[in-house]
Design a protein around this ligand. Structure first.
Ligand code: CMC
Length: 430
């Protein structure tokens, strides 16, 4: 007999055999477990999806206990060393690394779509001078939906691809426009002369130079960071993308929803929080007091950039980022916050509180230090997460639409409120 789980219902002694496949049982197989015809049937209760697989996927593999991350089977370390962000984006979307010809075509699509409609500039001018970069990004990505009504044809693979190119191509332009809007600087149009990350740096930092030159070390470092952030299976933002996408909303509003989820300080917003935290700590001598506060804060005060729902080991992305930091500092000069971060990590990794809970540095712990050294404002860090994650969101969205197991995402609840009661007229209520 195939692998199965035998369940005995203690309420009536009935025995059920539930098939086990890929290390899971289907929650719907539990619905047959009832005490009588009026009984709805058994459900599982899993707030925050602690132990529930919401989909089958072939995109990203994580072994959180061993600290392993692979995209389409390729170890993240090899991709960071031997490929570019656009190769990785292609890989996530198509399942295979591109040939030279495929990469050339893919690159030219992303260049072609990198400009924004001029009305988007006007739209962005409506934001206050101190608008948060993520607020601007989320709203502008959603607004793109109004510019591309064809995007609603989500079942047409060609139309889908067009929106995918547009989104991957336009994200850096939106991010850079947001930055310049705040400074009151004229927007810099994208240019085909630069790489994907080079173009982003040029749109951010070009001033009056006739021939703006992108520093190749910084360009490559940013490319590596983009590779590391491209996908991370069913995290909060990706789950939002899939959930919104499951109602057949267009990819712009779905991506805006995913970016909104990413914005939160427990998710992609943590990179901004890490910098704020390191600045607050200020010097190595103050670290023990800070750690004491975190431990006594009973979960209210957290060591930002530490801990992960899935990794119970060193986040492999954090390791690569730590190495990349040295290359960046050879150009920008050493960021003094790095020494505080390294010492903070050393102390935390020896402390029983963190050891017992398996709390290690995550991707956000060191990334902000690099971004700051490269001149990005702290509150723009999450934009640097959202730009590369767009390829992952879109790969997951296409996979969702092609998966016949999927339907509109609609969890159940355990209702614990009042049963029926009568409405009392307002004057008689206490
Ligand atoms: N500092 C101090 N204590 C922590 C931390 C932390 N950063 N993270 C978890 N804990 C404690 C938590 O208080 C709890 O302790 P206890 O068992 O005594 O109640 C225990 O560890 C388990 O924590 P949890 O909140 O149940 O774990 P979770 O899987 O729900 O949360 C997390 C994962 C990432 C939200 C959390 O570790 C956290 O808040 N970290 C700081 C924020 C951060 O760095 N986020 C970036 C995540 S990586 C980038 C990405 O989003 O993809």
């Amino acid at each position: 007999m195939a692998d199965h789980l035998s369940i005995t219902d203690s309420r009536n002694g009935k025995v059920y055999e539930v098939p086990i496949q890929d290390g899971t049982i289907k929650a719907m197989d539990l619905r047959q477990i009832k005490t009588g015809p009026e009984d709805f049937g058994l459900m599982t209760y899993d707030p925050a999806f602690m132990n529930t697989a919401s989909c089958k996927s072939t995109i990203t593999y994580i072994d959180g206990d061993k600290g392993i991350l692979r995209y389409r089977g390729y170890p993240i370390e090899q991709l960071a060393e031997k490929s570019s962000y656009l190769e990785v984006a292609y890989l996530l979307l198509n399942g295979e690394l591109p040939t030279e010809g495929q990469l050339k075509d893919f690159t030219s699509w992303t260049v072609r779509h990198s400009m924004l409609h001029e009305n988007i500039k006007k739209f962005m001018e409506g934001f206050n001078h101190d608008a948060h970069p993520m607020g601007m990004l989320v709203s502008t990505v959603a607004a793109l939906s109004t510019f591309y009504p064809d995007a609603k044809q989500i079942h047409d693979p060609d139309v889908r691809r067009r929106q995918i190119y547009r989104l991957i191509a336009k994200m850096p332009t939106i991010g850079a426009y947001g930055y310049r809007h705040r400074l009151g600087l004229p927007y810099v149009y994208p240019s085909e002369e630069f790489s994907y990350t080079g173009n982003f740096l040029a749109m951010m930092y070009k001033r009056l130079e006739k021939d703006y030159k992108v520093n190749p070390v910084l360009e490559r470092a940013l490319d590596i960071l983009f590779i590391l952030h491209a996908d991370h299976e069913q995290n909060c933002g990706t789950n939002a993308m899939r959930s919104i996408g499951s109602s057949y909303a267009d990819p712009y509003v779905s991506c805006a929803g995913a970016a909104a989820a990413l914005y939160g300080p427990l998710h992609g917003g943590a990179n901004e929080q890490v910098l704020t935290m390191l600045r607050e700590i200020g010097s190595k001598e103050k670290i023990p007091a800070f750690i004491k506060d975190v431990k006594e804060g009973h979960g209210e005060k957290r060591l930002m950039g530490f801990g992960h729902r899935v990794y119970k080991n060193y986040d492999p992305r954090a390791k690569i980022i730590k190495q990349t930091a040295e290359q960046v500092f050879s150009v920008t000069g050493r960021n003094p916050l790095l020494d505080i971060a390294i010492e903070l990590e050393r102390i935390a990794l020896e402390d029983e509180y963190f050891v017992k809970r398996k709390l290690y540095p995550n991707v956000d712990f060191y990334s902000g230090i690099i971004y700051q050294a490269m001149g990005f404002p702290t509150d723009a860090f999450t934009v640097l997460f959202a730009i590369p994650r767009t390829s992952g969101w879109l790969a997951q969205w296409e996979e969702l639409l092609q998966d016949s197991d999927q339907k509109i995402a609609r969890p159940r609840q355990i209702y614990l409120g009042h049963q029926t009661r009568d409405v009392v007229p307002i004057g008689q209520r206490h």
